[in-house]
Write a protein that binds this ligand. Sequence first.
Ligand code: EPZ
Length: 418
Amino acid sequence: MDKLIIEGGIPLQGSIQVSGAKNAALPILMACLLAEGPVHLSNVPRLADIDTSLKLLNILGCETTFEGNEATSDCVDLKPEAPYDLVKTMRASVLCLGPIMARLGEAKVALPGGCAIGARPVDLHLRGLERMGAKFEVTEGYIKGKCKGRLKGAHISLDFPTVGGTQNLLMAASLADGTTTLDNAAREPEVVDLANFLNTMGAKITGQGTSVITVEGVTSLKGCEYRIMPDRIEAGTYMVAAAITGGELEILDCPFQELDAVTYKLREMGVWLQEEEGYVLVRRANGLLANVDVTTLPHPGFPTDMQAQLMALMCFGKGAGIIEEKIFENRFMHVLELVRLGADVRLKGRTAMVHGVNKLMGAPVMASDLRASASLVLAGLAAEGTTTIERIYHLDRGYENIEEKLSGVGARIKRVSE
Ligand code: EPZ
């Protein structure tokens, strides 16, 4: 398995290009199942999860290509079954359920297991689809769905603004018979990007980005061309990289508006950010960082996908800060690894108390999930000495060319295969 070796203590200087958003590209690739005709996507990040999604599209009867950052998919012979050995490697595969039910009226999709950060149930996805006329049974590890005729438009009120649930229901409702209203819908920018993509295919969706989304079902959707939005979490991760190393970075193609809650907290800590034409300039303002309190919430609140990265920065902040993780029940797997580097972080349930320290010392650590890995890279960039991070296949799921991008701004980071 690959590992990363980082020599810390070097202030990063230069420009970093943000790639396309993983969490927009994954649902949009599943939405290609809805199109009668080829779809051409640009700004698609080269990530393990994208490869997995394209493999799933092939299994479901699509012809796909992936050259550079351009992907195409043509759904020539749609099949209803998504097998376990693929779904278990990527939970987001469950996003094929809505499109398959909408087009075939039946589906057999492996129940996605949990993952390191939580149980990750899909009950809200199923309940919403049942409101549209689908019937499900969950047996032998599979979600088996059936619907007599077309799905029907319905009024759906979500118990929680689930991102994936909103996306599955948006895709299903696009081809349903009648109008669907989604109350308490997720407002994440990646949900908006999916809705905009669906509208480019001919769907009739309004309200995306607010808590109430309305979808007027149509009878068919056509192929189209679409550019994936830039990745706000990757951009936020590199903002922290500039601050934690005491350097200055130009972050190119940064979706600054979608990062309000993150930039607010960074500024509160003493990070200086300036939005320019086509890029954002980030550096540590006057050398000192002050710790803050943060609670992860659905968008537009502070994103859970930036929690681990902010914690790494807080390890160097003056004073104490409290992090509350309200979205996932087990998203502190990075804490004990940060402690191995000398961080002072104490856990109590879904709350972490971080006391800043003067320095971290490099050590061997282990990645456990995607954003925990990013947190360890950030800490390693700022720690004195050498940090070795094992199991970095987690990192490869969400960060395109991370060691090239960081080396390009002065980091001493290299990947070795064991
Ligand atoms: C998406 O996951 C993202 N993944 C996650 O990013 C992100 O952390 C999450 O949204 C929250 O922003 C992709 O987009 C591929 P949810 P998703 O459904 O859709 C509970 C990363 O690091 N819930 O909003 O699975 C669930 O247990 C990944 O890039 C139910 O109870 O998130 C969780 O506690 C990690 N029942 C909470 O809602 C349901 O039916 C949020 O889940 C669905 C969700």
